[in-house]
Design a protein around this ligand. Structure first.
Ligand SMILES: [Fe+2]
Length: 181
């Protein structure tokens, strides 16, 4: 005889799936910021490095909180899968050309990837929030990512106004160093 699934079980599964999805996305986010931290270290732009370091720490704290809530509720490890681990290997040869022109194109590409990534995160969180029991934490994550997007857009507007010239990139880096020291 087929087992009947009560609506409660479906709800529980959905919440668990959503929590795993959120944690996986969060882990991707932390990995993104860890790679960017190393990238800007290589490019000798300490302010951008500090920005990504700050974000990796903040988002690690959120991930810890999500994992704690999951472990408390389901009494087991969350099984998380990540795809972005090979970004270092993919960019292995980057150090071979660090001319000003190359740095400009790398910063431009990195800022675009950053904005795209956070927009995707926001879109997913807005989709998932209805199915997650703990809405307070999702709301906080939505607020954080909205603030992050606003900040990236401000930086991109200034960089675009100056056509991403190297001098402007260095000035933004100095400003970020003061902000995140
Ligand atoms: Fe982020």
């Amino acid at each position: 005889m087929a087992e009947t699934i009560s609506p409660k079980t479906i709800e529980e599964n959905t919440n668990e799936d959503m929590m795993v999805k959120m944690m996986e996305q969060n882990l991707e986010g932390v990995m993104f910021h860890l790679f960017e931290t190393d990238l800007y270290d290589l490019l000798k732009l300490p302010g951008f490095k500090a920005l990504h370091h700050h974000q990796s720490q903040e988002e690690t704290e959120t991930l810890e909180l999500l994992k704690h809530k999951y472990i408390e509720k389901y009494k087991k490890f969350p099984i998380l899968k990540t795809k972005s681990i090979d970004r270092w290997e993919e960019n292995e040869d980057l150090y071979k050309d660090l001319s000003e022109e190359k740095i400009i194109s790398l910063v431009k590409e990195s800022m675009k990837q950053y904005a795209d990534w956070e927009s995707e995160v926001l879109e997913h969180l807005l989709q998932w929030k209805r199915n997650v029991e703990d809405r307070k934490i999702v709301h906080k994550m939505i607020e954080d990512v909205m603030q992050e997007i606003k900040h990236i857009e401000t930086l991109m507007d200034i960089l675009e106004e100056h056509d991403y010239n190297y001098q402007c990139i260095c000035e933004i880096s100095d400003y970020l160093s003061r902000r995140y020291k």
